[in-house]
Ligand binder design. Structure first.
Ligand SMILES: [Zn+2]
Length: 298
């Protein structure tokens, strides 16, 4: 039998396998909030939960942490995934889209245009419904999956650079700013990010809250850009970067000196966005459990 090498299904399978094989070698700069921070957000959110559910989440902490990064890994194999992680608010008249719902905005703007500029504030309520349904069905696997993924998208909604088309500083001559802000500095801060954020509180309108989170993030964009420009001018080129071992790869990264200077100039901006993310992940898990009939876990 003659094999058809142009079979489109076969091509897609080969591409999928190639992507999966390449995943461990993709550069760290491509990791929004960094895998480190996403896992940490999900882990810390557990400890703000009330007694009725904290034991369940603690028991499954490893899965909740591991699955926190699945949505980013999926970006390379699922074409619809990338748009769920950001929204380019600078591409809109913000007042004309803020606080809208997905079904509503699709009446006004073509879906391909919405997908192009990112959909994170509309996607969070969709995953929230899935999590609520999982609680209603007492479906442990789905509860873990949707909790972890909600943690991811809520985390992304708290990153200022996920709310602008200048997402890597590429439009202002600051390429690399994305991983500098959300990976390099959080990794340096590490345990300094672990402040107690208060008990989880019920959120009655997830759509409205999702909008508030991205709008708050967006307000932080100008200072984040400006401070890096200022600090960058003050530091000589030979003091800006160092090489550090990341797994098996030696990676060029902003030096400790440069990172600390930039972090100080931001005045706790990173800590505040990180801790808000932890708080809101916890709030949303708790709210989904309440809306899902408050199942008792033994
Ligand atoms: Zn992401």
């Amino acid at each position: 039998m003659i094999k058809n090498h142009n079979n489109p299904l076969k091509k897609r399978i080969i591409l999928l396998i190639a992507c999966l094989l390449l995943l461990p070698f993709l550069p760290l700069a491509a990791e929004p909030w960094g895998f480190f921070a996403h896992k940490k957000i999900n882990k810390l959110a557990i400890y703000a939960l009330p007694p009725e559910i904290i034991q369940f989440y603690k028991r499954h902490r490893a899965e909740i942490e591991d699955m926190a990064v699945l949505p980013d890994q999926r970006r390379y194999i699922l074409y619809k995934e990338a748009a769920r992680h950001y929204i380019d608010l600078d591409q809109y008249t913000i007042s004309s889209i803020m606080f809208t719902q997905w079904e509503q905005i699709k009446q006004k703007i073509p879906e391909d245009s919405l997908q192009k500029h990112g959909i994170v504030p509309w996607h969070i309520p969709i995953v929230y419904k899935n999590l609520t349904r999982a609680f209603l069905n007492r479906d442990t696997l789905s509860i873990l999956k949707f909790s972890a993924e909600l943690g991811h998208y809520i985390g992304d909604a708290h990153v200022p650079l996920h709310t602008t088309s200048n997402y890597d500083g590429q439009k202002t001559g600051q390429t690399g700013l994305h991983s500098f802000w959300e990976s390099r500095i959080p990794e340096i801060l590490d345990t300094a990010l672990e402040d107690w954020i208060g008990p989880a509180e019920y959120i009655s309108n997830i759509q409205k809250s999702s909008w508030e989170w991205v709008l708050d993030s967006h307000q932080e964009v100008p200072i984040l850009i400006l401070k890096e420009q200022e600090i960058s001018k003050q530091i000589p080129q030979n003091k800006k970067y160092s090489f550090e071992q990341k797994g098996r790869i030696m990676q060029k990264t902003p030096s400790l000196f440069y990172s600390k200077k930039y972090h100080q100039s931001l005045g706790n901006q990173i800590e505040k966005r990180f801790q808000a993310a932890v708080k809101h992940v916890s709030d949303v898990w708790y709210s989904a459990w309440v809306d899902g009939g408050q199942p008792v876990f033994k």
